[in-house]
Write a protein that binds this ligand. Structure first.
Ligand SMILES: NC(=O)c1ccc[n+]([C@@H]2O[C@H](COP(=O)([O-])OP(=O)(O)OC[C@H]3O[C@@H](n4cnc5c(N)ncnc54)[C@H](OP(=O)(O)O)[C@@H]3O)[C@@H](O)[C@H]2O)c1
Length: 286
C-alpha cells in the first residue's frame, strides 16, 4: 500500500514509520508539508498519490493551547480537515490520531466510542473539532483516540516522556510527589503504531479507542516505573491541586477499545507488560 505519514518525525510517527515496513511510504515532515496549508497538502498528495494518509501531527502542548486557541484550532481541526478533503477527492483513506481528553472524566468507567464527548480545554475542543471536520469531509476515515503516550523516540512537543521524567527526578532528588487523582491508561507508542497498521490494513471506517489495556493513576504508573526499574525513591502521593494548570484535564480518561474488540482487531497489551517492554528497550530494567 502507498502510505503518506504526516507527523512522521514525532514520538508516535517514527514508530508508525517502523511498523509500516514493507509498505511504500512518503514521509511528510513538518518542514515539507504544513498540514494547515491546504495547497501544500494537495501538492504533496498529488506528487505521491497515496492510498492512505496517516496523521499524527498536532499542536498538543495542552497549557500552551489555552494561550493560543487560534493556532490550536488551525493545527488540530483545520489541518485534519485539509487532509480529509484531499483524501476524499482522490478516494484515499485517512487514519488520524485523537485524544482521551475529549471526555470530561465524569463517567468514572471506561469510555466507549459511543459516549458523548465533553471537552474541557482548548486542546481537547480543537481535537474534537478535528474529528468532526474529518467526518464531515469523508466517510473513508479511521480516528483512533489514545491516552498517555510514551515511546523510545522523543515527543517533539513535550520533550521528555513521563517515564524519563520520573527516572530523572528520582535520581536527582530521591523524592518524588505524584498525583493519585488522575486515572488514565499509559500507552506505549510502539504498540499503538502496530495497532494503527492493523486498522489501516483491516479496519472498517469509523471511530476507535486505541490504548493499552487496564488503567492506573499517575501515582500507580510512577510506582510501576520504579518497581520495574529497581529504582530506590521516596514516592509520595499527592493531588492535582498541588500542580495548578491553566488547562482543565479529565480526572478519569480511561478508554475501552470496544470497536477494535468488536472487529477482532485489538492487539493492545496490558499497560504494565508494555511498560516493562519499553523499559527493557531503553535500558531501564533493574
Ligand atoms: N502525547 C500524548 O500523551 C498524547 C495523548 C493522546 C493523544 N495524543 C495525540 O497523539 C498524536 C501524536 O503525538 P506525539 O506525542 O507523537 O507528538 P509529537 O512527538 O509532538 O509529534 C508531532 C509531529 O507533528 C509535527 N507537526 C506539528 N504541527 C504540524 C503541522 N502544522 N504540520 C505538519 N506537521 C506538524 C511535528 O513537527 P515539529 O516538531 O517539527 O513541529 C512532529 O513531528 C497527536 O495527534 C496527539 O494529539 C498524544
Amino acid at each position: 500500500m502507498r502510505v503518506a505519514i504526516a507527523g512522521c518525525e514525532g514520538q508516535l510517527g517514527r514508530d508508525i514509520v517502523e511498523a509500516l515496513e514493507g509498505h511504500d511510504l512518503d514521509l511528510w515532515t513538518h518542514e515539507r508539508v504544513e498540514i494547515t496549508d491546504e495547497g501544500a497538502v494537495g501538492e504533496a498528495f498529488r506528487a505521491f498519490r497515496p492510498d492512505a494518509v496517516i496523521n499524527t501531527a498536532a499542536f498538543h502542548n495542552v497549557p500552551l493551547c489555552e494561550e493560543e486557541p487560534c493556532r490550536a484550532y488551525t493545527v488540530n481541526a483545520l489541518g485534519p480537515r485539509n487532509l480529509a478533503r484531499v483524501c476524499e477527492q482522490a478516494g484515499a483513506r485517512l487514519i488520524h490520531i485523537s485524544t482521551d481528553y475529549v471526555f470530561d472524566g465524569s463517567k468514572n468507567a471506561p469510555y466507549l466510542e459511543s459516549d458523548l464527548p465533553a471537552p474541557q480545554s482548548v486542546y481537547a475542543t480543537t481535537k474534537l473539532a478535528g474529528e468532526h471536520l474529518i467526518a464531515a469531509e469523508t466517510g473513508r476515515f479511521a480516528v483512533l483516540r489514545t491516552s498517555g503516550l510514551y515511546g523510545v523516540h522523543p515527543c517533539r512537543a513535550k520533550g521528555r516522556n513521563f517515564v524519563e521524567l520520573m527516572v530523572k527526578l528520582a535520581r536527582e532528588r530521591g523524592k518524588v510527589r505524584v498525583v493519585t487523582d488522575e486515572i488514565l491508561t499509559p500507552t506505549f507508542t510502539a504498540d499503538l503504531a502496530r495497532q494503527v497498521v492493523v486498522v489501516l490494513e483491516k479496519g472498517s471506517p469509523g471511530l476507535y479507542h486505541g490504548t493499552a489495556e487496564g488503567s492506573c493513576s499517575w501515582f500507580e504508573f510512577a510506582r510501576a516505573i520504579f518497581d520495574i526499574g529497581g529504582i530506590e525513591v521516596d514516592l509520595q502521593p499527592t493531588t492535582s491541586e498541588e500542580f495548578p494548570s491553566p488547562a482543565k484535564r479529565p480526572a478519569y480518561s480511561v478508554l475501552e477499545n470496544a470497536n477494535l474488540e468488536d472487529q477482532g482487531l485489538n492487539i493492545m497489551r496490558d499497560w504494565r507488560e508494555a511498560l516493562e517492554d519499553y523499559m527493557g528497550r531503553v535500558g531501564l530494567l533493574r
